[in-house]
Design a binder for this molecule. Structure first.
Ligand SMILES: Nc1ncnc2c1ncn2[C@@H]1O[C@H](COP(=O)(O)OP(=O)(O)OP(=O)(O)O)[C@@H](O)[C@H]1O
Length: 213
C-alpha cells in the first residue's frame, strides 16, 4: 500500500475560552485532490493550520507522508514543512525588496535545495509570469500576485499543496480558471491539492470531500 499523503485520527483543537472543535478523520492518498467544505467559523482554517504543522492539535495525531508531526521538534517541523508542504495564502506574502524570481529562489534555497533557475523559469512560464520575473511585488497586479503565490508554493514540488479559500471573492469565470490552474499545476508537480472553501459551486473537480460542521 502507498503511504497516504495525509492521515489523521481524532483531531481536536481548542482556542482559549472556547469549546473544543472536533474534526473528522482525514485520509488522502496521492493524487486525491480534496476539498474541505464548511460554513464560516466551522474550523477550516484551523484544520489547515494543524495539517500544515503551523499549529499543534489539542488531541489526536497528524501524519503527513508517513511522518507523525507531533514527533518533530519545532525546527525539524519547519524543515519538514518546507520540503513536503506548500501553502497558498490569500495574501501573497512576497518579500517586497526582492524581485519575483528572487522570492522564488529564496523559497527554493530555504528548503535546502540547490537553486535551479530552469525549473523556476518553467513554472513562471506555466503561470504566465515569465515577463514579470524581474518585477518587484508592488509592480504586479492582484491576479499576478495570486499566481506568484502559487509559483512560490509549488517550487519545491511539495507532496501536499494547501490553499485556504483560493476562490474567495472570485466570480464564476475566475473561480473556474483559478481551480483549473491549481489542479494542473499540482498535477505537473506531482502534488496533492487540499483546499478549503465555503463555495458549493466547486465540488465537481475534486475526488474527495470532507464536510466540517
Ligand atoms: N485566534 C482565535 N481565538 C479564538 N477563537 C478563534 C481564533 N481563531 C478562530 N477562532 C474561532 O474558531 C472557530 C473556527 O475558526 P476558523 O477560522 O478555523 O473557521 P473557518 O471555517 O476557516 O471560517 P471562515 O470560512 O470564516 O474563514 C470560529 O468559531 C472562530 O471564531
Amino acid at each position: 500500500m502507498n503511504t497516504p499523503i495525509v492521515s489523521t485520527t481524532q483531531l481536536s483543537f481548542q482556542y482559549p475560552n472556547s469549546a473544543p472543535i472536533e474534526f473528522p478523520d482525514i485520509y488522502i492518498e496521492k493524487g486525491q485532490h480534496t476539498l474541505l467544505l464548511g460554513d464560516s467559523g466551522s474550523g477550516k482554517t484551523t484544520l489547515l493550520n494543524i495539517l500544515g504543522g503551523l499549529s499543534r492539535p489539542e488531541t489526536g495525531q497528524v501524519n503527513i507522508y508517513g511522518q507523525n508531526l507531533s514527533l518533530l521538534s519545532t525546527s525539524k517541523l519547519d524543515q519538514f514543512r518546507s520540503q513536503y508542504i506548500g501553502f497558498i495564502f490569500q495574501e501573497a506574502h512576497l518579500l517586497k525588496n526582492l524581485t519575483l524570481v528572487e522570492n522564488i529562489k529564496l523559497a527554493q534555497s530555504l528548503s535546502g535545495k540547490k537553486v535551479d533557475v530552469s525549473t523556476i523559469e518553467l513554472i513562471l512560464k506555466q503561470l504566465q509570469l515569465d515577463q514579470k520575473s524581474n518585477a518587484y511585488p508592488n509592480e504586479l497586479s492582484r491576479g499576478q500576485l495570486q499566481r506568484a503565490a502559487i509559483a512560490r508554493s509549488i517550487i519545491n514540488k511539495p507532496a501536499l499543496l494547501i490553499a485556504d479559500e483560493p476562490t474567495a471573492a472570485l466570480d464564476d469565470n475566475n473561480t473556474h480558471r483559478v481551480l483549473e490552474l491549481l489542479l494542473s499545476i499540482a498535477e505537473t508537480a506531482g502534488s496533492t491539492l487540499l483546499i478549503t472553501t465555503h463555495d458549493k459551486r466547486i465540488k465537481e473537480q475534486f475526488s474527495k470531500m470532507y464536510l466540517l460542521k
